[in-house]
Structures are given as structure tokens and as C-alpha cells.
Design a protein. Structure first.
Length: 637
């Protein structure tokens, strides 16, 4: 998340000082570009690896600070969630065996983290979105206790003026609201950096925008969120919606969101992006900036442009321009934020190799990409890749349609090979890493497709919680094995492996496919639902999904008895429902739920989250759980 030493207060006067410093930074950068102070003629690459921390039940665990304390800092740092960590890799020149070096460094870093994490009963998993993540993990108690994170949350919630709304449609449909920015912590990525000169920035940045779609299509690895099957790269939709700070008026005007692909090609300079982002997006937080950057330049030194870097860190372009200073030398780089973490280290380096290869070859192959491709096509291709992965269809050069997989195999991979070869990369590395991309595409086995295939293979066996835990466990095992995802066997659910971890809370096995009635519906409808669907309880909800009552088979039996005596006339559900139904939340433990059923002598418990009906758990569910566990214990005996 960048600079953490923010000021404690952000009053109006302080923010005005910060914005003044921000404008001075832009002027200083303009002077540096005019004077040729930005480093040129050097092509360096780098990467940031984000990851999830999970416990022995494969769910998020808040151990980041403990692990960091044992790691002793270095290239490791926190992320927004206490269940995330980030490792920063060493920048290196693009050439020779740089990709193998990056792979080795990343492997060593992960091995070190795994060793330390094991001491606090924690495991590491690389995936764009953790399959076992639940809404219970997205409260402020799971946010890293860093002043910047909390101040960003407070400011963003205030600007939003209400809950953050998320609606994503894929195989399933997910619609949810959240009162803080922790939905952002659902995303982890493998961000890659590509250093460019100031003069070459426009051409190369535009090229990065154009090639992002096919690179993403081959690298998707985030198909599920909150146990819903959504986009092949759900991170794209989630990240954009989870940080949408626009007011209702801003939405109606079509104002750009802070997370975006952009709206136009860059024409002349990186300054176009920085100026536009300052014009469009207000500063959220401030920092002490110290001396004027123009004064620093006059002394012959290179300024850090602290205000510009901080503000830029709160604008989330999928290809983000970055300014930095290394050993007293200023540079620019393109930060590609599109690629998800995982599925394996080898897969990640292969994705990076594909991107770097295209960046090196297509500038000469295509020339100015803006002359052969419409910006809207580049943006549409990006969204298609996020939704459909290798099954996407693009509008490529001159608007010609192309299937993503065919375009990659027949056209882009050969160009990526030549681009890496022209930069003097090791021939064995080129074959190895781009060979992974080729096999992944030929076999139609991205990380996301592996997840979809695994879930389809498990069908409806076990509970949903079991299936997603098995999925995560298989990811961990395969990642430790080191093979690329196209060689992974699908995750398989063996019922005999069911354990108590799958039934600790109500949310792990509650029924979510509900049949409900409204208070004004006639009782006959509730009775018919019970008969048709073989259920003994029907929840009553209002038009906004709030639980308002419960109809049980016992009540209907009493009505039938009165009907036999001619005492029944058509009545509304509200007249017979139990309005004070005993409820639980998804986080209620199984033991607590059983105690409630005994205490109140009820046969079911509606499950409510934030006032809304989300599920139901019945006596029959507990019997099934007990029978499954007993069967396993008997087998073990």
C-alpha cells in the first residue's frame, strides 16, 4: 500500500497544504522530464507477491503481524487484511536468466514464510480470491492496525455516504453490501513492474493496455467469491465495486471510478495520467512532505515526490504509472496490477514472461498501437478476458474478431518468444516459461478452469463448506509440489474425509436455497410449499429480505383440525406465523445452535445476517451432521 507514515489529523488546512505539495510535485516531475533527469535506456523488471494466510481448517487467520515479527522485516510487509502478506522481489535488468532468478527468489521467500508461519499454526496459499473467505472475515477486526488503512477506510466510507454495494453475475449471482473497505482484502495479486523511459512511456503504456487482455485471459485464477462461482477473474469486478466512492450524482454522470482501466490512450506524456487523476479524484489522506521538490532539484538532487506517490497509491488503474527513486536516480515504471496470485510460482513467472515478451516485441511489430486499435476495443477485450478467460472473444487489430486461445497460440506466443530472445534472455528460460503458457492454453486449464472443473466434479456431495475447504487444501498441496496448474489433478471430495472442522458453525452447513412466503400470502401457499418441497418450516420475509416470521407444519396441522370442524376461512400468513422466531447468525457455533433448539423446543432456526434472511438450519441437518461424523469415527475404528 506504499507510504505508511501518514499524519494523524486531516483537517481542511492540512489537506490544502497537501494538495499544494501535490501540485508542486507534478511541476517538479515536468521539469525533470524536460531536463532528461528520468533514467532512460534501462529495462528493469520487478514484482510484488501477495498471499493469503490460513489456519489448519483452511480459513483466513489473523497472524500477519506475528509472522512479520519473526521474519524481521526485510522485503516483507503487511497488506490491508491481517490474513494477507506481501513479499517484494528484487528489481533486476531484463536479460539473461533474470526470470529464473526471479523464480528462485520468490520460491525462497515463500519457503521462508511457510517455515515461520508454521510456528503459529498457519499455512500460505496463492490465489486471487480465497475460496473459504466469508463475510465474517471482512470486519474491521480483521484489518491490519495501521493508521493509513483505518484512515483510508474512514475517509472512503464517509465519501461513499453508505454501504458499498456489490453485484456480480457469473454462473451464480452475488449481491451483497458491506460497511467498510475490507472487501478489497479479498483480492491478492502478483503485480509485475516494467521500467520505461519518459519519452517511451506513452507508446509502451498504451501497448501495456492493449496486451493486458490476452495476458489476463491466459492467467485468470479468481473464479469464486463467498462461495459463488462468478467471473474467471472476479477480482476485476470486485475491486472496482468495493472501492466505488462515487455519489449517486457521480454515478448518473458516468464519473470514473478509482479502480479503472482508463478512458483513452496516452498521447504525449505520463503527466497526462497524473494530472487527470488529480483533477478527477480528491486527495483522501495526507503526509508530511518536507522541502519543496523544486528546491531539491535546484540543489542538484532528486526529489522523492512524496505527495504524488501517496495520491497515486489511492488511484487503482489496472496498469498504473509509478515514479520512484533508486540509489539517487529517478525512474518511471508501469505496474501491471491485473494478474492474480497463483496458481503456482512457476505459473506466475510464466505469466510475467508472457507480458514482458509482448512488451518487448509488439512495439516494433505493431508500431504505435493507437493507430491499429481503438481504445474501446482494448478496454472491451480486458473486460471480456476477466469474465471468460480463455473463452473470451476479442476485437484485435483493425477491429478484427479473434478467439483468445487461438490468438495466443498462433500469434502472440511466437511474438513473445522473439521479444524475450531479442532482449538476450536465456533460451532455456524462454522455452520453459512460455511453454507453460502454451500448454495451459492448449489444455484449457487456467487456475480458474481448474476450480470450475473441481467444483463440477464434486457435484453436490458434502456441504458447500466442505467442497470449498477441499478446494483450498488441494491448492496448498499442489503449490508446495511446484507443478504448473495444467498438470494439477482436480480437487476431489471424499466423504469419508469429513471432519469436525466442516461443522463448527451454522454457516458451514445451513440450507441457503430457501422457499419463503410473504406476510400477505395466503396460508394455502405455505402449505403447498411444504408438501411440494418436503419441508416442515417456511420462513416469512418482507420485500427487502428481512425475516418477519416463521410458519411451521405444527401450526398448519392445528388449522387442518379446525378446518375439519368448519372453522377455517382463507387467511393471510401473518395471522398464523410466529413473529418472534428464534434466530441465529452464520457465525453461531453448532453447539450454541443445538442449545437454543433445546431451550426453546423448536425444530428449526432461521439464519439471519445484518437483519436479512440468509439460510435455515433444522433438526434434520443436525442429524445428518452427527450421522456423518459417527460413520467416519466408526470407519477409523
Amino acid at each position: 500500500m506504499g507510504e505508511h507514515q501518514i499524519t494523524e489529523r486531516n483537517d481542511d488546512a492540512e489537506m490544502r497544504r497537501f494538495v499544494k505539495a501535490l501540485l508542486e510535485d507534478v511541476r517538479a516531475l515536468e521539469v525533470m522530464i524536460d531536463r532528461g533527469i528520468i533514467e532512460a535506456g534501462v529495462r528493469r523488471i520487478g514484482a510484488e507477491q501477495e498471499m493469503f494466510l490460513i489456519d489448519r481448517s483452511y480459513r483466513p487467520t489473523r497472524t500477519a503481524l506475528q509472522i512479520l515479527d519473526q521474519l524481521g522485516g526485510g522485503n516483507f510487509t503487511t497488506e490491508l487484511g491481517l490474513f494477507n502478506l506481501e513479499a517484494n522481489l528484487t528489481p533486476r535488468e531484463l536479460g539473461g536468466d533474470c526470470l529464473s532468478q526471479m523464480e528462485a527468489e520468490l520460491g525462497d521467500s515463500l519457503e521462508r514464510i511457510r517455515e515461520v508461519a508454521g510456528q503459529v499454526d498457519t499455512r500460505v496459499v496463492l490465489c486471487g480470491i480465497l475460496p473459504t473467505l466469508g463475510k465474517a472475515h471482512l470486519g474491521l477486526d480483521h484489518m491490519t492496525p495501521n493508521p493509513r488503512y483505518h484512515q483510508l477506510n474512514d475517509t472512503m466510507v464517509r465519501l461513499r455516504g453508505g454501504d458499498f454495494q456489490t453485484l456480480i453475475k457469473g454462473v451464480d449471482e452475488l449481491q451483497t453490501s458491506h460497511d467498510n473497505v475490507m472487501l478489497e482484502a479479498c483480492n491478492t495479486s502478483f503485480q509485475i513492474h516494467f521500467q520505461v523511459g519518459a519519452k517511451s512511456f506513452p507508446r509502451l503504456y498504451n501497448l501495456a493496455q492493449a496486451v493486458t487482455a490476452p495476458v489476463l485471459a491466459a492467467g485468470v485464477n479468481s473464479p469464486v467469491l463467498l462461495q459463488h462461482r462468478l467471473w474467471h477473474e472476479t477480482r476485476v469486478a470486485l475491486f472496482q465495486q468495493s472501492l466505488d466512492l462515487r455519489s449517486e450524482t457521480g454515478v448518473q454522470r458516468g464519473s470514473r471510478q478509482r479502480v479503472s482501466f482508463g478512458d483513452n490512450w496516452v498521447k504525449h506524456s505520463v503527466l497526462e495520467i497524473f494530472r487527470e487523476d488529480i483533477a478527477r479524484f480528491r486527495a483522501l489522506i495526507s503526509v508530511e512532505t518536507g522541502e519543496s521538490p523544486l528546491e531539491t532539484l535546484e540543489r542538484g538532487e532528486v526529489p522523492k515526490l512524496t505527495a504524488l506517490c501517496l495520491h497515486n497509491g489511492t488511484i487503482y488503474r489496472w496498469n498504473r504509472p509509478c515514479y520512484g527513486v533508486k540509489d539517487g536516480v529517478a525512474h518511471l515504471r508501469i505496474e501491471n496490477r491485473v494478474l492474480p496470485a497463483g496458481p503456482s510460482v512457476l505459473d506466475e513467472i510464466a505469466n510475467a514472461a508472457f507480458f514482458f515478451g509482448l512488451m518487448c516485441s509488439l512495439d516494433q511489430e505493431y508500431g504505435d498501437v493507437t493507430e491499429v486499435m481503438e481504445f474501446d476495443d482494448a478496454k472491451g477485450n480486458f473486460l471480456a478476458a476477466a469474465r471468460y478467460g480463455l473463452h473470451a472473444r476479442f476485437r484485435w487489430l483493425h477491429g478484427k474478431p479473434a478467439a483468445a486461445d487461438e490468438l495466443i497460440i498462433t500469434h502472440l506466443l511466437p511474438l513473445a518468444r522473439s521479444g524475450l530472445a531479442d532482449r538476450g534472455l536465456d533460451a532455456g528460460d524462454i522455452d520453459r516459461f512460455l511453454g507453460v503458457i502454451e500448454e495451459r492454453v492448449r489444455q484449457d486449464r487456467t487456475g480458474s478452469q481448474w476450480v470450475f472443473d473441481s467444483l463440477a466434479g464434486m457435484g453436490d456431495r458434502g456441504s458447500s463448506d466442505e467442497r470449498y475447504r477441499v478446494l483450498t487444501a488441494a491448492m496448498v498441496d499442489h503449490q508446495i509440489g511446484g507443478r504448473p496448474v495444467h498438470e494439477w489433478e482436480p480437487a476431489q471430495l471424499v466423504i469419508e474425509q469429513t471432519d469436525r472442522e466442516s461443522y463448527r458453525t451454522v454457516g458451514q452447513f445451513m440450507t441457503t436455497d430457501l422457499f419463503t412466503v410473504h406476510p400477505e400470502d395466503i396460508v394455502d401457499l405455505a402449505a403447498s410449499l411444504m408438501e411440494w418441497e418436503h419441508v416442515r418450516h417456511v420462513p416469512v420475509e418482507d420485500v427487502e429480505g428481512r425475516l418477519v416470521g416463521l410458519v411451521s407444519h405444527r401450526v398448519l396441522l392445528r388449522m387442518l383440525a379446525r378446518g375439519a370442524r368448519g372453522e377455517v376461512k382463507p387467511v393471510a400468513v401473518r395471522e398464523i406465523m410466529r413473529a418472534d422466531a428464534v434466530t441465529v447468525t452464520p457465525q453461531t457455533t453448532t453447539v450454541e445452535a443445538i442449545d437454543l433448539m433445546r431451550k426453546h423446543q423448536v425444530g428449526c432456526l432461521p439464519v439471519v445476517q445484518e437483519g436479512k434472511l440468509v439460510g435455515i438450519v433444522t433438526e434434520h441437518d443436525f442429524v445428518k451432521v452427527a450421522a456423518g461424523l459417527l460413520d467416519r469415527w466408526l470407519r477409523e475404528e
